[in-house]
Each structure stands twice: as C-alpha cells, then as structure tokens.
Design a binder for this molecule. Structure first.
Ligand code: NIG
Ligand code: FE
Length: 391
C-alpha cells in the first residue's frame, strides 16, 4: 500500500476534541495527516509528520472530514420545477406532490433511475460529500421500491427503505391495505437491500400508529430506524423516534419542549434539513433550542425533486449559520460528525488514526469560510477511501 502525507494544512478539522483545543472541531493548526491505503494513520502538527511514500502540500488551506449527508432521496425520475415555481409565486408545499414523482419514477427504466442517482452522487462528491444515505420512497409498489433500493445499494451502504412515504393513489381509501403491504411483502422484498427503515410521520402521510407499525416491522426485519418527523407541523414523529430508539429524527421543524426532551433523553440525533425550508420558503427549525437541550444536531441536504432539489452540503451549512444561528463550528461539526452520529458511524466524519481517509481540501484558510462565502465553490479537492476523487 502507498502512504501519502498531506502537509501544509493551515487548519485541520479533526472532530477529535483531544487532538486540539478548540471544541467541537478539534482543530490543529499547521497540521499534517498521513493516509495509508483507505485509512488515516497519523494526524498532528506538520513539524512532527512521519515520512511517507508521497507528499501532497495543500499550501495553508483548510482540510476537514468529508461531509456525511445522512438524508437524501436520490432514486427518482423527472422533476417538479413547475411546483417549485408555483410555490415561489405563493402556493404552499404539501406532501401530495410526492405522487407526481411516484408516477414518473414508476414509468422510468432501471437504467434511467441509476443514471440520475449516480449523477447526484457525483454532484455531491464534487461538493465534498463522501458518505451519503439514499432512500427509496418514490416507487411504492413491491417491485418499484425493491428496484429503487437495488439502485441505491450500488451507490452506498447507507440505504433506507421508505415504502411509507405516502399512500399511493391505487390505495386511496385503503390506507390499512397499504400499511399491510409496506409491513409485509414490500418489506420482505426490500430488507435485503436496506440498512434502515424510515417513515414520513406527518399529517397527509402516516399517523403515529401507522408509523410505529412500519418502524417496528422494519426493526423486526433487522433494519435500524430513522423518522421523517415534525416537518410540516407539530406531530408525534419526534416522540415516536425516541420511543422506538431511532438513530435520528429528521426535519424537526415544529418541536415543543416535550419533543425536545424526548430526543435528548433517548439520545436521538436531530437531523436538520434547512435546504427544505429554503426551497419551500418555510420557517427554519430552532437549532439553538435543540443544542441548548443537549441534543446532537446533524445537518443534511434532503436532496429530492420536491422540497429541496439541492445536493449541496456547503449550502446547508451556510443556511444553518445564517438562518438557524448555528456557529460555523457547530454547523461544520453537524455536517460531518453529526451526520456520522445520525448513521451510527464512527469511522467517517472524523479524521483520526483508523478513520476512513475521506477528506476535503477547501480553497480557504478556515472552516468558517464555508458560511462566510455562501454559494462559492470552495471545495477544491476531495479524497475518498484514500484516493483523490476530485482535484
Ligand atoms: O423529506 N417529507 C417527505 N419527503 C421529502 C419530500 C419529498 C417530495 O416532496 O418529493 C422531504 O422533504
Ligand atoms: Fe426527506
């Protein structure tokens, strides 16, 4: 195996608070990092860097862990640009728009779905995302959900079964029948391709009892739970996430004190998706209240054709800072180590010996530039599994 020392790092974000003195990012200034194979083997001050087969000098730039985007819906066909334009003209977002994408997805070939999903993963990688979770949820038949997860599993190990996204039109008036399908034959067909089970627990989608049945059935099939919770209004999603021991409650836009206490007590990560609020022109989640209560906060894109057609973690960070009053350090942590926590991973979102060699070189001296320079493509190089993926 070839070892590489990355030297000349002006600011290294390790997310290891023991590595440096600046919580939560564990910053090391004038740093170096050694990669051997697909792993980080050494991190520390540049003057103490060991020899390696190759050297890459980044000229004082900031290096940070690759972004961990723990919430994305990438297997779909078509777009909903008319819906977006209507929304910008005053119409509000509703869960029903999902059915438009379901119809287009069912009509698409496997190849078309794979092409779109891999294009989006490539778009993400170019913006620094080295780990991505991908959900099904636009097929909503046994065959279409299973093929969505087959497409997803060719692109990531973090695959999520979201058969319970909405009730499809052929089950109008028979939500119970659809629930039987989702918790029965559809789950059986999807579980072999899935790491996670998710449910859209929301008015117009699935209520608490239905969502609980979906999550429990998934858990019995060996999947871990995550929940679309409290996105469009107050509701039972966050408390249900706590009740079932989900890794993450996602969106968390409308939480009361009891919801926040439940997340904190159960150690459920709150994954905030500010691109969804941006793209639907909705009020943002209260990140400060969650952080004050000791809840672990993650940031993700929610990339999907309806509520947030963006693959950009840097944009999510900029919104978290500007609109949700997170500090740049909190937002960068949430987009890296926070996303890893939401996926129950400790090998990504962190740069320490033994971690995956997934990292970003910013064309900027510090992590804060990600929020300070919104919309500017600062990600200049990306290493994934120890190899330069973008440079
Ligand atoms: O996370 N909330 C449910 N699902 C997506 C939206 C999907 C869509 O509108 O197509 C979300 O925002
Ligand atoms: Fe989502």
């Amino acid at each position: 195996m070839t070892s590489t020392v990355i030297s000349g790092i002006g600011e290294l974000v390790t997310n290891e608070t023991t590595a440096g003195d600046t919580a939560p990012l564990g910053l090391v200034r004038d740093a170096a990092l050694v990669i051997d194979g697909d792993r980080v083997t050494w991190v520390g001050p540049g003057v103490a860097a060991p020899a390696a087969d190759e050297r890459v000098d980044v000229g004082g730039r900031c290096v940070l862990p690759g972004f961990v985007d723990s919430h994305a819906h990438l297997v779909f066909a078509g777009d909903r640009v008319e819906e977006f334009s209507a929304r910008m003209a005053g119409r509000s977002y509703a869960a029903g728009g999902i059915r438009t994408t379901v119809a287009a997805t069912r009509a698409a070939s496997d190849g078309e779905l794979a092409t779109t999903a891999s294009r989006l993963v490539a778009e993400m990688l170019a913006q620094g995302t080295t780990t991505v979770e991908i959900k099904s949820g636009y097929g909503l038949t046994v065959t279409d959900e299973a093929r969505a997860l087959a497409v997803a599993s060719a692109l990531t190990s973090e695959t999520t079964y979201l058969g319970a996204h909405v009730v499809p039109p052929e089950f109008d008036g028979d939500a119970a029948g659809y629930l039987d399908l989702v918790t029965g034959p559809m789950l059986d067909a999807c579980a072999p391709y899935a790491r996670w089970v998710d449910v859209f627990c929301e008015r117009g989608a699935f209520d608490a009892d239905a969502a609980r049945a979906v999550l429990r059935a998934g858990q019995r099939a060996g999947l871990d739970a995550r929940v679309h919770a409290n996105q469009l209004g107050p509701g039972p999603g966050a408390r249900l996430a706590a009740e079932v021991g989900a890794a993450s409650a996602d969106h968390c836009t409308h939480l009361d004190d009891g919801d926040i206490a439940a997340l904190a007590d159960a150690g459920v990560v709150a994954t905030l998706l500010p691109l969804a609020e941006f793209c639907t022109r909705s009020p943002y989640p209260d990140a400060r209240r969650l952080l004050a209560a000791g809840v672990t906060v993650a940031l993700a894109t929610d990339c999907n054709p309806g509520s947030a057609y963006s693959s950009s973690m840097p944009m999510a960070i900029a919104l978290a800072v500007r609109e949700m009053r997170m500090t740049p350090a909190e937002a960068v942590w949430a987009a890296t180590a926070g996303g890893a926590a939401a996926l129950l991973r400790d090998d990504v979102g962190v740069l320490r010996p033994g971690a995956n060699a997934d990292l970003i070189v910013l064309d900027a001296p510090t992590h804060a530039h990600l929020a300070y320079r919104p919309g500017v493509p600062l990600v200049t190089a990306v290493w994934k599994d120890g190899n330069p993926a973008i440079r």
